[in-house]
Write a protein that binds this ligand. Structure first.
Ligand code: ARG
Length: 598
């Protein structure tokens, strides 16, 4: 199948429009907003009435006459001022359903013109434990990656580690005060540094906040940390050796966290990977007059200087961006400079059509500056660049989530809490009590993750939301656990009925719930298109919930395994199978894994 159900309908309607003498470009067809009036509606009459200077109802009548000739359209009726409602024949629905059932992608087409897309997400910083701030970047980025990939785009996920900035300098400084005797601090020593890291991940996690408060409280320490960052960036061997240890130690811990989250990357690149590109890039920008030196720093100004009268036209309505510092006066390369060099590097390596940055909305100004600078310098070479911002995860007080002691909650701790809460809910519902301990733990893990991920994606991306595990882990309502339970129950219906018979075929659809369910599933391609266009995973969450509601309505109304007629039972079993596959697919696209049973 190369077209979606709605695309097939649109095609048929275009033909009918031409027959009736109407412009086929004006075809508007969608699933009905009032299902009691029909499965689909065509709302073109209102618009056509204007161009044809006649009543919408007259147009609708002509449309109905022409659509009557389409063999798979039935029950044509006009409602209100000129809405044309109609159904598909049950035979046509069955043919369509058989095509879907026989295809691994459920017959969902891929985009005709796939794009090469880089999604920059996750973005943890080396030497800092992953915390609540990385939750949304990871979950939203992963979902967008999976959705765009399923649609047929060539998508590359890049974790873009923060591994080359001031935080490293602060750590080097902190360690130099604590253990000044270590060989890394000997400026004369250039090689033969120990193989083994002088710090563990626990050391780093303790040292990092200590280093930050030390530097905040004392300006001399801050200066020293900045100097050490610049020396690292200029290749001082001892500091590079130390940085490698920090990198390896924290990478292992980050990989563990991402693994637990079910998030994975095609590229583990980072700021340090473009270190060699930064200086030449900055020099080039200076030579081209895009960057300038100001009080020892190198920066880009976005407005022409006051006395430069050459470009006053057309700049007036743009909001002025503050200057973007590339290299500070003490010689440290900034976050912005590495982001610019990364754009250059991505274009050279991958030539993407588009780069998406799934990063906290609070970095909005940074990305506006970076994108503007990249455009000016032509670094992006036509590649689109978009900041996919997101809101904060709040506590019950409506402020950014904190631990009891006021710190930033660690990602691992949040996942532990979700696990525990999910375990309690499962026990409350007496689910899986008879399973072994390891399986119960695995189910609790999957339910906890589903709870967190679905709640996160279900909130509008740019909105803040309150982290409320008791609410997220409920098995009723619009939650991850409810969706998991819905799939698991379908799979158990299938298992109890002995699976899908090899020769099973959809025959005729005969109840409203069956038809509605299949039609809902068949509209997924249009939903995914909208999700992609709006970069809005919450739209897919709405679909997932609506689909689950319909599945449950079907489950309660039609006792599949009790059906005495074998042909009809096979038809219903196939519908269960297609429904389970569709909901599993949607969950997978949201990054949510379904347990085998519960
Ligand atoms: N490491 C950054 C942070 O934690 C996020 C990186 C986002 N990606 C980027 N290309 N700037 O703030």
């Amino acid at each position: 199948m190369t077209t979606s159900l709605l695309a097939t309908l649109r095609h048929a309607l275009r033909g009918a429009f031409e027959t009736a003498g109407f412009d086929p470009e004006t075809v508007i067809v969608e699933t009905s907003r009032r299902p009691e009036l029909g499965q689909f509606q065509c709302n073109s009459a209102m618009q056509l009435a204007k161009t044809h200077r006649t009543k919408p109802r007259d147009i609708a009548e002509r449309l109905v006459a022409a659509l009557g000739a389409v063999p798979f359209i039935t029950d044509l009726a006009i409602a209100g001022p000129g809405f044309v409602n109609f159904n598909l024949t049950d035979e046509f629905l069955a043919v369509r359903a058989n095509d879907m059932a026989g295809d691994a992608r459920l017959g969902f087409p891929k985009v005709e013109a796939p794009a090469k897309v880089v999604i920059d997400y996750g973005g943890p910083n080396v030497a800092k434990p992953m915390h609540v701030g990385h939750l949304r970047a990871s979950i939203i980025g992963e979902a967008l990656k999976r959705i765009m990939r399923f649609r047929g785009h060539d998508v590359v996920g890049d974790v873009h580690l923060g591994d080359w900035g001031l935080p490293i300098g602060m750590l080097i400084h902190e360690l130099s005060l604590r253990q000044p005797g270590l060989p890394y601090f000997d400026a004369a020593k250039t090689e033969g540094f120990p193989e083994e890291s002088p710090v563990t991940i626990d050391d780093l996690e303790e040292m990092y906040p200590a280093a930050v408060s030390r530097c905040r409280e004392n300006d001399d320490d801050m200066q020293a940390a900045r100097r050490k960052t610049a020396e690292l960036q200029n290749g001082r061997p001892g500091y590079i050796a130390l940085w490698r240890h920090f990198m390896q130690t924290s990478r292992a811990s980050q990989a563990g966290d991402f693994d637990r989250l079910g998030v994975s990357f095609d590229l583990w690149r980072g700021e340090s990977d473009v270190a060699d590109l930064v200086q030449p890039l900055v020099r080039d920008l200076q030579a081209r007059g895009i960057a300038e030196v100001d009080q020892g720093a190198i920066l880009i100004r976005f407005k022409p200087a006051e006395d430069d009268g050459s470009e006053e036209e057309g700049e007036g309505d743009e909001e002025e961006l503050t200057p973007l510092i590339l290299v500070t006066s003490d010689g440290t390369v900034t976050y912005a400079a590495t982001d610019l060099a990364t754009i250059q590097d991505r274009v050279a390596r991958l030539s993407p059509d588009l780069s998406l940055y799934v990063v906290d909305s609070r970095q909005g100004l940074h990305f506006r500056q970076v994108f503007e600078a990249a455009q000016r310098a032509g670094l992006n070479d036509g590649m689109g660049m978009e900041h996919i911002g997101f809101g904060t995860v709040n506590g019950p007080d409506g402020k950014p989530l904190k631990t009891r002691s006021g710190g930033v909650p660690r990602l691992g701790d949040l996942l532990d809490q979700a696990n525990e809460e999910a375990g309690k809910r499962l026990a409350e519902h007496r689910l899986g009590l008879e399973f072994g301990e390891a399986e119960r733990a695995d189910i609790a893990h999957k339910v906890g993750l589903a709870a967190i991920k679905f709640a996160d994606l279900n909130h509008q991306r740019t909105a803040n939301y309150a982290f409320d595990l008791a609410n997220f882990t409920r098995f009723e309502g619009k939650t991850g656990p409810y969706l998991l339970y819905t799939v698991v129950r379908l799979n158990s219906v299938l298992a109890k009925g002995g699976g899908v018979p090899a020769d099973a075929r959809f025959t005729a659809f005969s109840t409203q719930v069956e038809r509605d369910l299949l039609i809902r599933i068949a509209t997924l391609p249009e939903v995914l298109k909208r999700v992609e266009e709006r970069r809005a995973p919450n739209v897919l969450c709405d679909f997932a919930y609506d689909l689950a509601q319909q599945i449950n309505a079907f489950y309660h109304e039609v006792p599949v395994n009790q059906e005495p007629d074998p042909g009809r039972r096979a038809h219903l079993t196939l519908l269960v199978d297609v429904s389970a596959r569709a909901l599993t697919l949607v969950l997978e696209l949201l990054g949510i894994e379904v347990p085998a049973r519960m």
